[in-house]
Design a binder for this molecule. Structure first.
Ligand code: HEM
Length: 291
C-alpha cells in the first residue's frame, strides 16, 4: 500500500479502527468481503481466518476508490457488507448451479507471465447470447451467475501483492449481427454495472470489448452512460478482436491474436476453491438451513 499523503494514511487507519463497531451496530455482525474475514473478532475459533495483509489491501481499495473521504468510505463499506449479507455472493460463486448456457460464456484465465494487473482475466463471450433473450428474462438468475463469476475471479487475485492486485476483463461480441437491446437486457446490464461500481471498487485494470461490429458502436454510447468516468477510462473497444493479443500477449492466438496456441476453453480455470473463511460461512449456512 502506498499512501500519497499522511492524511490518507490517517483516514485508512481510522476506517480500519471503525470496522468492529460498524459491523456490530450496522451490519448485523456480518464481517466478510470477497471471502475474507475483515475483523479478527473475539471468537478464538474464528480469528485464524483473519489475515491482516489481505484486509489492509481490501480496505485500501475502498479508501482509494472513494478518494479517502472518511464518511463516504465508511458508508460504502457498510453498504457492501449489508449487500453481501443479503445477496450472498459466496453462494452464487460456489454453491448454486447456474444455467449451462451462461456457464459456457464465462471463463477465467491466469497468465503468470503477463504484465502486472493483467494476469487474471475474466472472459464474457456475450456474442453467444445474442439470440438467447430468455436468459435475460429472469434478471436475478443472470445477476447471480455473473456475480458468482466475479467472486471466483477474485480468488485468483493475490491481495497481498501491492503491485499486482487488479484484474482485466474481456467482452467478446463475435457473432452479434442485427441486434436490438430489449428492456430485460438493458435492466440486467444496468444492474450489473451498478453492482460492480458500488461493491467491487479498484479491482479492474482494463476492460476490452472485442469483435464489436462497427454498426453497433451506438450500443457502446448507450451503455457507457451508466458507467462512471474512472471506469470508462479503462475501456478499450477493438472492432478487430485479433488485436487483443497486443494488449494481452498470452491470450489464445485464435481468435484473439495472442501467442498461445491453446484455445480459451483449454486455458479456462474451471475449478476454483473458496477461501477457508468462505468455506466456513457456506457450511455454517447449510447447517443453519437444516436446523
Ligand atoms: C456491459 C451483455 C452488446 C458494451 C455488459 C454487461 C452485460 C452485457 C451482461 C454487464 C457487465 C459485465 O457483465 O461485465 C451484452 C450482450 C450483448 C452486448 C449480451 C449483445 C450480444 C454490447 C455491445 C457493446 C457493449 C455491442 C459495444 C461496445 C458494453 C459496455 C458495458 C457492457 C461498455 C459496461 C461494462 C462495465 O461497466 O463493466 N454487456 N452486451 N455491449 N457492455 Fe455489453
Amino acid at each position: 500500500m502506498k499512501f500519497d499523503t499522511k492524511e490518507n494514511e490517517a483516514v485508512f487507519k481510522k476506517v480500519k479502527n471503525q470496522l468492529p463497531e460498524l459491523i456490530e451496530t450496522q451490519c448485523k455482525g456480518y464481517d466478510e468481503i470477497y471471502g475474507y474475514k475483515i475483523i479478527p473478532g473475539n471468537d478464538e475459533n474464528l480469528t485464524k481466518f483473519y489475515n491482516e495483509d489481505i484486509v489492509n489491501a481490501i480496505i485500501f481499495k475502498f479508501c482509494k476508490g472513494y478518494k479517502f473521504q472518511y464518511s463516504i468510505v465508511v458508508e460504502k463499506i457498510k453498504n457492501v457488507l449489508n449487500w453481501r449479507r443479503e445477496f450472498n455472493p459466496l453462494s452464487a460463486a460456489y454453491q448454486e448451479v447456474h444455467d449451462p448456457e451462461l456457464v459456457e460464456v464465462g471463463l477465467l484465465t491466469h497468465y503468470p507471465n503477463e504484465e502486472s494487473n493483467k494476469k487474471i482475466i475474466t472472459w464474457n463471450i456475450y456474442g453467444k447470447l445474442v439470440k438467447k433473450k430468455h436468459l435475460f428474462k429472469e434478471a436475478n438468475k443472470f445477476l447471480r451467475y455473473r456475480i458468482g463469476l466475479m467472486e471466483r475471479s477474485l480468488r485468483l487475485i493475490d491481495f497481498t501483492d501491492n503491485d499486482n492486485n487488479y484484474m482485466a476483463q474481456v467482452h467478446d461480441y463475435k457473432g452479434t449481427s442485427v441486434w436490438k437491446m430489449d428492456s430485460d437486457m438493458k435492466r440486467c446490464v444496468k444492474d450489473i454495472i451498478s453492482i460492480f461500481q458500488d461493491y467491487y471498487p479498484e479491482l479492474l485494470s482494463a476492460k476490452y470489448f472485442v469483435y464489436v461490429p462497427t454498426f453497433l458502436g451506438w450500443v457502446y454510447d448507450v451503455i457507457k452512460k451508466f458507467v462512471d468516468e474512472s471506469t470508462r477510462k479503462k475501456f478499450v473497444v477493438l472492432n478487430d478482436g485479433k488485436k487483443l493479443g497486443k494488449y494481452i500477449s498470452n491470450c489464445p492466438s485464435i481468435p484473439y491474436g495472442g501467442k498461445d496456441t491453446k484455445s480459451l476453453q483449454e486455458q479456462n480455470i474451471a475449478e476454483i476453491r473458496p477461501s477457508e473463511y468462505a468455506q466456513y460461512l457456506l457450511e455454517k449456512q447449510i447447517i443453519e438451513d437444516v436446523d
